[in-house]
Design a protein around this ligand. Sequence first.
Ligand SMILES: Cc1ncc(C[n+]2csc(CCOP(=O)(O)OP(=O)(O)O)c2C)c(N)n1
Length: 361
Amino acid sequence: MTTVTSAERALLPTDEPLALLSAAGELVADPALPMPADEVLLDLHRKMVLGRRFDAQATALTKQGRLAVYPSSRGQEACEVGAVAALEERDWLFPTYRDSVALVTRGVDPVETLTLLQGGWHLGYDPYEHRVGPQCTPLATNTLHAVGVAHAARFKGEDSVALVLLGDGATSEGDTHEALNFAGVWQAPVIFLVQNNGYAISVPMSKQNAAPSLAHKGIGYGVPSVLVDGNDPAAVYAVVRDAVRAAREGGGPTLIEARTYRIEAHTNADDANRYRDPSEVAYWLGRDPLDRIEAYLRSRGLLDDTRRDAVLAEAEAFASKVRDGMNAEVAADPADLFRHVYAEPTPALREQAAQLAEELR
Ligand SMILES: Cc1ncc(C[n+]2csc(CCOP(=O)(O)OP(=O)(O)O)c2C)c(N)n1
């Protein structure tokens, strides 16, 4: 008979995702987490409304040819907003291509957020201004950046922590395992938040993971693991806040799996109808994180139509700012593709540059 030691048990996630609010927005009976303060919940609601409007605007910009590509995070706002709201200014965020809403929640200018996805060659924002790493497109490279920065912060005597966002598919990458290993060994102040949205493009979870949950992947590295309802903004905020506090106080890393769902296709270039059933999407639309927090706030008398309309008006103004900024023409020189790659361009690159120049003549 195998026995689980208390040290092993301390690293294990719960069988069911932690939650504070039911899908209908009711307080869960005997929640294992402290409910965030009312003003935190109102702030989460406002930022989720802004985030969703920003996301819809970015999707519309792909249709107008103003954005080259956009990976929507509609339906994942509880993770994008809840996790970022739990950080302090001195902390670091390491996002992926999916996490533009996390960036604007952090305070990065919305137009600068989209510059990379617009097709310019340069990252649009200064990573130091808001302590936000570049949005990574290669899966899981940001996990290593986060561990490195978190570890370095401790060397420098700072008490900042790093939050890294990754998808379920990214947990299958070697980088994630190397990052978890050294986070555990060094007790680095880093939080891994896996947004398990069910699919890595068209590959469902069942085809890429044999563990009971993705949260279980921390155990082998000595990293405590938490499973949370990723469509419950209050619960995501509470577990990330806890993990941030623990990391800041020298308690080391945490791996959090947030169970959520991507409502839109992988990107505007993907047809999700080819690999998932519309009834599945309908099920998740009934678990919408924004509806959930609205229902709860209304039931508590903290939100009414007047306040909601004011937030919606602010979101419209935000979207309008994004449209204006993105309607400006991009000053891109195609020859830039070949500049700054190597100090001395290779013969192959020189040949390609000449070919492009000829075609554009
Ligand atoms: C190292 C690497 N391999 C493959 C890809 C191609 N790719 C882009 S997105 C993606 C799926 C990622 O799924 P997941 O980590 O679950 O994140 P999601 O897109 O669902 O947010 C893949 C395989 C990549 N970007 N980087």
